[in-house]
Design a protein around this ligand. Structure first.
Ligand code: RTP
Ligand code: MG
Length: 140
């Protein structure tokens, strides 16, 4: 995957709270093009695998349980400087610290249930995109 891409998930809390449409609108308004997208649900096993990097953290069990608690929207987004610009658009991990107008400030409820995921590097964007999508499901 090219380095002008990032990977996102609209997390189970935001789906449950009816924010899919508003979040996708903000993603588009932010200049991101959706090149792959699906509505799906992670098994606990898949969620554990996706967040394996956090396996030793105290919140890992809670995170896996939450991420497999309901459906999500997974998507690959394209834009110049996609990874950094998307992290700016979503705001800080803890919505209490997130800048005004960011997706997490608007839609997240807590540090654990924080509405969206955004890849933290080009390398992880590529890994996470391929975790969810086959190359044939990506339309640039
Ligand atoms: P993400 O990977 O989901 O985009 O979030 P992030 O980079 O902003 O934060 P990260 O440190 O990678 O943490 C991954 C997710 O774990 C949950 N978390 N809970 N209870 C807690 O203290 C805590 N800390 C992190 C959040 O759902 C966070 O997004
Ligand atoms: Mg992260």
């Amino acid at each position: 995957m090219a380095t002008n891409r990032t990977f996102t998930m609209i997390k189970p809390d935001a789906v449950r709270n009816g924010h899919i449409g508003a979040i996708l609108e903000q993603i588009n308004a932010g200049g991101f093009k959706i090149v792959a997208m699906k509505y799906t649900k992670l098994s606990a096993e898949k969620a554990g695998e996706f967040y394996a990097v956090h396996a030793e953290r105290p919140f890992y069990g809670e995170l896996v349980e939450f991420m497999s608690s309901g459906p999500i929207v997974a998507a690959i987004l394209e834009k110049d400087n996609a990874v950094a610009d998307f992290r700016t658009l979503i705001g800080a991990t803890n919505p209490a610290d997130a800048a005004e107008g960011t997706i997490r400030k608007r839609f997240a409820t807590s540090i654990g249930e924080n509405a969206v995921h955004g890849s933290d590097s080009d390398e992880n964007a590529a890994i996470e995109g391929s975790f969810h999508f086959a190359g044939t499901d990506v339309f640039a």
